[in-house]
Ligand binder design. Sequence first.
Ligand code: ZN
Length: 291
Amino acid sequence: MDGISPQLAAPWFLGAGFSALVAGVAYRARTLTFSGAVAAWGVGWLTFGSGTWLAALTVLAFFTSSSVLSRWGSRRKVRAAREYAKSARRDGAQVLANGSVATLAALLVWLCASEVAFAQGAGLAFAAALAAATADTWATEVGSAHPRPRHILTGRPVPPGTSGAVSSWGTLAALGGSIWLAGLFVVGLYALPLEPGWMGLRHVPVRQILLSVGVGGVGGSLMDSLLGATLQRVYMCPTCGVETERTRHHCGTLTRPLRGVRWVSNDVVNFLGTLSGSIIAVLLQMAVLGK
Ligand SMILES: [Zn+2]
């Protein structure tokens, strides 16, 4: 560590402690499983080291709002959740599905701080990945309360909680989650002390940041629904005759593949949703708004 100054190393030490605290609290509150807490610690550490308080504010804007909404919906969703592969308590794969694109983008801002245009794009990709994760989580939690959701492609009514189901409530919640994330990111951008790589975003007009992050978030959650309706693996229980994400149904029967690609789980769909959100934001910044 001879070549690294104390000022440069400080965020990484602080990030290790700070994210251990948050992950520990979430584990105790039963929001995260043990593997979820370990993954959240890693994601939090790398993100805080790369972007300090702005990155922490943005990650917490996603994490706290999603945890509150999951808790609000947990009793009502008990029935629908029986067909999900996983419980409301997030595990390591779920944390990485939602957080790895944002973490990688934050690392790129830090590593390429002197390449201003590149760092700006990576900073927008960071916020848009989290906007997509927030929009998707809000849409899932609020949308599954809608009594009659419809399939995103066929428009036919489907049971609440089905992959690829959309409703007016869910769509409005996706918009709300995306605006919430983009808004807090902009507030943090001007109110908090920044690491060098992130300073470049202050030269991007605020309306441009709000638009590219906001559209990236909504677009990413839309892509999530599309992939959930098409590529995501869905099984059928031959005994109960219902669609499920589980390989073994809660009645004890082994389920049969119904449609989708074998390795495309809900976690893969979430990962691709956040990646799409980042790509949309960067393309929008480059092609439409960057002129
Ligand atoms: Zn069954």
